[in-house]
Design a protein around this ligand. Structure first.
Ligand code: FMN
Length: 140
């Protein structure tokens, strides 16, 4: 999967709406995102809830990503923002007619694994509390 971007709200990707994963997320939105870097002996496992982006938000995220305020590309950003604004009027059309869509995984846990050789590793589990704060515990 291409992780389009992530920010404090979550991890965003796009997919075909007829895909198996979309059917699975509809049945059970509790999902896991696994990022293994085998060559580095490193892995991040994220769990959380999958939320479908609204059509307008999907287009905005797809075109702009998270960096709405990057000054180096200010002119391009403004043109895109204008385009997104105009597409906003077509949001209902997109919502019914689009064959692709965006999903955000709002994280509930983040587990970082770093291997150090045979049977030696560090694991840290970050868990999000109801108030949005994070706690960390080392795992065996
Ligand atoms: C480099 C790469 C990037 C991919 N990016 C995506 C993506 O962003 N969204 C997507 O739905 N599938 C992407 N795919 C295809 C998925 O691996 C997968 O085959 C497809 O989503 C169907 O999965 P499903 O049947 O479990 O839903 C990508 C594949 C590769 C190799």
């Amino acid at each position: 999967m291409l992780l389009k971007f992530f920010n404090a709200e979550g991890f965003v990707f796009f997919t075909h709406l007829g895909s198996r994963k979309v059917r699975q997320m509809a049945a059970n939105p509790n999902v896991s995102l696994l990022f293994p870097w085998l060559a580095l002996n490193r892995q991040v496992n994220i769990t959380g809830r999958a939320e479908k982006l609204g059509a307008f938000e999907a287009v905005k995220c797809f075109l702009l990503g998270e960096n709405n305020g990057v000054t180096a590309h200010a002119a391009v950003e403004m043109q895109l923002a204008e385009l997104v604004k105009r597409l906003g009027a077509e949001a209902d059309l997109l919502a019914t007619g689009a064959s692709w869509g965006g999903y955000r995984i709002a994280p509930e846990t983040l587990e970082f694994f770093q291997g150090h050789g045979p049977r030696q590793h560090d694991r840290f589990l970050y868990t999000r509390a109801a108030d949005g704060s994070w706690s960390m515990e080392p795992l065996d």
